[in-house]
Unconditional design. Structure first.
Length: 146
């Protein structure tokens, strides 16, 4: 019950992110979510896309260094305290959250988060047991349909 995240390593200099975006655009790859973390010399762009396999192939052909990482995608109520409840649940069960970022979809009253966990299997078990809706890779497409 995971989604596939593409991590792309970019040199930290002007124009690198736009070149990545152009490569994705030229290959008709639709980004669902994006997160960027940087250091002085390089950045890591984390992407959720419509077709992870195609994206990985396109990036390799274009000379990018990238990897695919299994992450959890969850749907929570779009109201104050929802994220805090999920994070508390994970912490109470001894689960380490490595990083997180949000994405949007057309569904009203819902918020969406990507969670990179140290132990995906245990996190899935805890989240399922507590009624948190997990979204697998194939479910992501349905979130963006009109």
């Amino acid at each position: 019950m995971t989604a596939k995240q593409i991590s792309v390593f970019l040199e930290n200099k002007p124009g690198q992110l736009v070149e990545l975006a152009k490569t994705l655009n030229q290959n008709n790859i639709d980004m669902r979510a994006l997160s960027l973390a940087d250091t002085k010399d390089f950045g890591i762009v984390r992407l959720i896309v419509d077709d992870p396999y195609k994206t990985a192939c396109v990036l390799k052909e274009a000379g990018y260094i990238s990897s695919i990482t299994p992450v959890l995608a969850i749907e929570i109520p779009d109201e104050p305290g929802s994220l805090m409840q999920v994070l508390s649940l994970l912490g109470e069960n001894g689960l380490n959250l490595e990083y997180t970022y949000a994405f949007t979809a057309r569904k009203k009253d819902c918020a969406y988060m990507i969670l990179r966990m140290a132990d995906n299997d245990k996190a899935v078990e805890v989240l399922n047991k507590n009624g948190v809706r997990l979204i697998c890779q194939s479910d992501l497409s349905a979130l963006f349909e009109d």
